[in-house]
Design a protein around this ligand. Structure first.
Ligand SMILES: [Zn+2]
Length: 120
């Protein structure tokens, strides 16, 4: 192996390590962004739950039988679907999947869930 060949091989390794590190940090930024979006979505969901509770209580207080719960439940369906989508994207970046037993996240390649023990 001559010196020039060794140098080129070394340069390739450095370039490829740099690219891997850049990809990794890009993924970490993306995961952090998704985590923020997920907690904001969960706040939105909690807010709609509260609105539903308030409207039911208002209806009770006013002896009103026409409670406006349905539009808010439809809004919840949309929010839950958006939340699911964000969580799936984050799981993909983290190399995880939801356990079919308990629904918690498990690293790809693991034979068993470390939360509930179910075979994956
Ligand atoms: Zn599990």
């Amino acid at each position: 192996m001559n010196m020039e060949f060794k140098m080129n091989e070394w340069k390739e390794k450095v370039v490829s390590a740099g690219k891997t590190a850049a990809n990794k940090s890009g993924e970490l930024v993306e995961i952090a962004k998704l985590s923020l979006q997920i907690s904001s979505k969960e706040d939105d969901i909690a807010k709609v739950y509260r609105e539903i509770g308030e409207s039911v209580y208002d209806a009770f207080k006013n002896a009103d039988v026409n409670v406006e719960v349905e539009p808010r439940c439809e809004k919840l369906d949309i929010l839950f679907a958006e939340l699911e989508e964000l969580k799936n994207r984050r799981a993909q970046l983290r190399d995880e999947h939801a356990c079919p037993g308990c629904g918690k996240m498990v690293k790809e390649g693991h034979a068993f869930c470390h939360h509930c023990g179910k075979a994956q």
